[in-house]
Design a protein around this ligand. Structure first.
Ligand code: UDP
Ligand code: MG
Length: 324
């Protein structure tokens, strides 16, 4: 029997693009059911990440008109990763398989067919991988590629050029639920859960409408989350670097002693200043990196909820569940 599919779509201030992409998603659901890749009971689940525009009204309106559309609303904006997680956790007990996808039409919907074929062939996770990044700006492209390489060099397991367009089966989601970290970086977390996985490549298009919500600051924050949630290698690198600096300064001390003994000691103001500045800089950077991890520990120990759902669309499915 064809699996029940939930397409999970995070939306944040997307009133410009929702009316364009929602019909495309629904059309895709129809096609997948026709091909026998997904059950006709499959659903489109929108997660409104505390939008301040008319996104939620649009979602509720769609849900009223089409029983295949469901929506949940976060109590406030919590960020893309948490929105995806909220949707996945909401979906996991009602479906066999989920596909998460951005709502801006950048990800090729036709790749879903191949994802479901891979699922039918036994994969529990199928990563959508971008073939090229021509649609991204030069800066975004190069910085993203450098970042993937950095993560790989630090020993974190991530799928190169994969964002958050992926298929995950319900049983993987039930395991993912046990990963309780607040510092959420799904791209890095899902490979850790394991199970058989595959990849599907696709061409990433430009946003159909609206604007990106990932300005430089948010991108850097996500990048830092990625590193600190996946690996402690930077802490070890600091130790190694500290040892190296200590060794070099030891050689410097030896050299100073020898020149002094030879009676050739020079006033040495410049060299002293250089060393003090250098070591000071290294210490500050090191403290910063350690601070980053300590901050993350602080956040984790609070064990705050990762998402709070404030509203659900008035669908019979949700009502049936709430009255259970
Ligand atoms: N998004 C979200 N919460 C946020 C920011 C973004 O749910 O705080 C959603 C957004 O609506 C979109 C997806 O995450 O569906 C990816 O965002 P965007 O397209 O702005 O990022 P980009 O593709 O430019 O990296
Ligand atoms: Mg986008």
């Amino acid at each position: 029997m064809a699996p029940v599919l939930y397409i999970v779509v995070p939306c944040y201030n997307e009133q410009a693009v929702l009316p364009i992409t929602a019909p495309l998603f629904l059309k895709k659901l129809g096609e997948l059911a026709e091909k026998g890749l997904a059950s006709p009971d499959s659903r489109l689940l929108f997660v409104d990440d505390g939008s301040r525009d008319a996104s939620w009204d649009l979602i509720s309106d769609m849900a009223r008109r089409d029983a295949r559309v469901l929506g949940i609303r976060q109590s406030r904006n919590r960020g893309h990763q948490n929105a995806v997680l909220a949707g996945l956790m909401e979906a996991k007990d009602r479906c066999d398989v989920t596909v998460s996808i951005d709502c801006d039409g950048q990800d090729d919907l036709d790749a879903m067919d191949r994802m479901l074929e891979a699922y039918a062939a036994g994969c529990d996770v199928v990563y959508g991988v971008r073939e090229d990044r021509e649609s991204d700006s030069f800066f975004k492209r190069t910085s993203a590629q450098a970042y993937y390489k950095l993560l790989a060099a630090l020993g974190a397991e991530v799928v190169y050029n994969h964002a958050d367009y992926r298929l995950i089966s319900a049983r993987v989601l039930r395991e993912l639920e046990n990963y309780r970290e607040v510092n959420l970086y799904l791209r890095g977390l899902i490979p850790l859960v394991g199970f058989r996985s595959g990849t599907v490549s696709y061409k990433r298009a430009k946003r159909l409408a609206g604007e990106s919500h990932y300005p430089l600051g948010k991108m850097l924050a996500l990048a830092a989350d990625g590193v600190t949630s996946l690996t402690v290698k930077p802490l070890r690198l600091i130790t190694s670097f500290g040892i190296l600096v200590a060794l070099v300064s030891f050689i410097g001390v030896l050299w100073a002693l020898i020149t002094a003994l030879c009676g050739r000691s020079v006033p040495g103001w410049a060299s002293t200043t250089c060393i003090v500045c250098f070591v000071g800089g290294v210490q500050l950077i090191s403290l910063g990196v350690i601070g980053e991890y300590v901050g993350k520990i602080y956040l984790e120990t609070k064990q705050r909820p990762r998402y709070i759902i404030s509203e659900r669309t008035d669908s019979s499915e949700f009502r049936a569940r709430d009255s259970e």
